[in-house]
Design a protein around this ligand. Structure first.
Ligand SMILES: Cc1cc2nc3c(=O)[nH]c(=O)nc-3n(C[C@H](O)[C@H](O)[C@H](O)COP(=O)(O)O)c2cc1C
Length: 330
């Protein structure tokens, strides 16, 4: 991250950004994205590398997760590479400088012309009964500077967080946040979409119940999915038993199945950002075909670097066109 920021300041990333001229903008949730490829949350945890990431071709950079108060996260080591699988296991635990610092960093970004998503969560020591207060505090602070706000209910590294994905708990939280969103929209004269980010470790019944909650509650967008606790796809790797969430290629199939199930229940009424295991154009195509309007990457960016971002940004418009025309060859 330091290297990227330094290279950006010295003007060295400009050379890499030449391919971005081919961007084909797309409108989703009332926002104009320069292209369909976003950086998933959890890499730019502080929100201080937005300009550099934009230069590398991302049309959207989702920063955070931010909590109301700063926190250190879990002790290191807390990220592990499973190289043969092009995967990561992480148990970072929401290390972040707090929402105030995050917002200040967004205000400092100068050159990024894409969408900044701000991902919010609760502090580790906030009990779930009071989680809504944490989300509300972050929502109020993030609202003026965010392109969209992603409510993270799905990190496996904050104990109990995923319980908020229960139908009753998520319905209550959504109602609270939508009420606040209405007030903030009037106060700031702008509509900032509210998205929920879900886990891939959900069964069909949970997906059906959550979809009903999202439709009834007027959710603006869905991000599917976060990392998985499932280790079936990497069982033989010596690091497979490290605690945390698994991301990268072994997540692709499971995450896409969950995306597809949500898409079929939501019936196109709530746009979906597809994330989880994308490491090629073919994978991104699968997400689009499963119902995603936009895609995000994280782990494959770590392994493959900026070339993947530019390739996806350049070629996805063709894929979308082919999907619309029912052409399975592309
Ligand atoms: C090291 C690491 C940290 C992450 N931190 C966050 C986070 O703070 N908030 C969040 O919503 N997702 C976080 N994620 C999940 C990613 O945003 C993404 O949903 C997941 O990695 C699946 O995408 P991928 O297979 O392309 O990596 C993190 C992922 C990794 C690998």
């Amino acid at each position: 991250m330091v290297a990227m920021r330094t290279a950006e300041k010295c003007g060295m990333l400009g050379l890499l950004s030449r391919g971005c001229d081919a961007d084909v903008p797309v409108e989703v949730m009332g926002l104009k994205f320069p292209n369909r490829v976003g950086l998933a949350a959890g890499l730019d945890k502080d929100g201080d590398t937005i300009d550099a990431l934009g230069r590398l071709g991302f049309g959207c950079v989702e920063i955070g997760t931010f909590t109301p108060r700063p926190q250190f996260g879990n002790p290191q080591p807390r990220v592990f590479r499973l190289i043969p699988h092009e995967a990561l296991i992480n148990r970072m635990g929401f290390n972040n400088p707090g929402i105030d610092a995050g917002v200040a960093n967004v205000r400092k970004s100068q050159t990024f012309r894409g969408i900044v998503g701000i991902n919010i969560g609760k502090n580790k020591d906030t009990p779930n009964e009071n989680a809504a207060d944490d989300y509300l505090a972050c929502l109020r602070k993030a609202y003026p500077v965010a392109g969209y706000i992603a409510v993270n209910l799905s990190s496996p590294n904050t104990p109990g967080l995923r319980d908020l994905q229960g139908a009753a708990a998520s319905a209550r939280l959504l109602e609270t946040l939508k009420t606040e969103q209405l007030k903030l929209a009037a106060e700031h004269c702008k509509q900032v979409p509210l998205l929920f980010k879900v886990a891939p470790d959900l069964d069909e019944e949970q997906i059906r119940d959550l979809s009903r909650v999202f439709l009834d509650g007027g959710l603006d967008g869905l991000i599917a999915t976060n990392t998985t606790l499932d280790r079936a796809a990497v069982a033989v790797h010596p690091r497979a038993d490290e605690a945390g969430g698994l991301s990268g290629r072994p997540l692709m199939q499971k995450s896409t199945e969950v995306l597809r199930a949500f898409a079929s229940h939501l019936g196109g009424r709530i746009p979906i950002i597809g994330v989880g295991g994308i490491s090629s154009l073919e994978d991104a195509r699968e997400k689009i075909r499963a119902g995603a309007a936009l895609v995000q990457i994280y782990t494959a960016f770590i392994y493959q670097g900026p070339k993947l971002v530019r390739n996806l940004a350049r070629l996805l418009p063709l894929v979308v066109l082919a999907c619309l025309c029912g052409n399975a060859l592309l």
